[in-house]
Design a protein around this ligand. Sequence first.
Ligand SMILES: [Zn+2]
Length: 357
Amino acid sequence: MPTQREMKICNPPTSPFRKGGTSKIPLFFKEGFGEITKNSKFNKLLVFSEQKLHEMKGRHAILAKGGEGGFERDFQVKRLINSKNKIPQAKMAFIGGSSTFSINFPEDLNLPGVRVLESKVFLTPFGESPEFKLIEIEGEKVLVVRMHGWRAGVSRANASRQIFWVLEQAGVKTILSEGGVGTIRKDFKLRSLIIPVDYVDLSLRKDVCLSDRYLLIMRDPVCPELAKLLAEMTAGMLPEKQVNHGIYVVTDGRHFESRAEVRMLESLGGDVIGQSLCPEIYLAREIGACYAGLYLVVNQAEGVGPDWSHNELRNIFYQEAANMGKIIVESFNQIRQRHKKSCKCSKLRKRTLLKEK
Ligand SMILES: [Zn+2]
């Protein structure tokens, strides 16, 4: 972080890029997220020379939000970051979880019309992103990331923010996800599939967001159209599979839950327990994207049935991965062929009413 003495404070120029010659790019700069706006006035921008920006490579440029001219500066910062990152544009994204973790998605599926174009990591305001694959399904680009972006040395909150920051920059508006869940319901069989329609978030990661630009209404958190599509695709491709809709309870993990906790979660109306739906579902709404997920029942939660076997858990993950992957690819294929959405997901994001004076 440069010291205050290294920063030059000046009035914003009308254009960040002076015509001809070397330019100075105005931007707010912060390691972290958003705090700098509290003490900043919009008539004072921090200006760095290109040389300085080069020295700061790897740090993060953050836009001061709100206020007059916010859009213009938003544009400037995106230009700066994108020019280093070259984030590809894609309307759709897949966030893979434990149910496709055991395969190399999508290569191992050997599906016609599906190919990997490139694999890349991106610099984000929340740290370097996990690796994304840009794939093509019948000519439609889809960004793919594994295991919800979780990896050693990165908090789960930041892993989620890195992913959704990239998806926002890419222009993604449709997200499918998958994972493994434990069932609270006795009638949900092992290896059956769950498409959540709502959630109870008991995780402690409550303030995971990209910014405070929006009021997010979680009335229908899962896109009804995508949920319906996933159910139809599963019924068509795996007619023997039990498929249920249900309430997904989100816990922090990484450990599973105790018997007493499972009894409590049941009393809250939960059907299955997992660790990934939130905060992804909030972040999807924040970037104005539709979100739905397909989840594999890999165990009965403690106390719901007999003690579950670790071997069986492993077998389920390995044996069901290809099925999960194929349903996801075929679902994207169906979405690709549709002309327009009729859901209201994007209307459930409103501009925040909490603006600083
Ligand atoms: Zn939707």
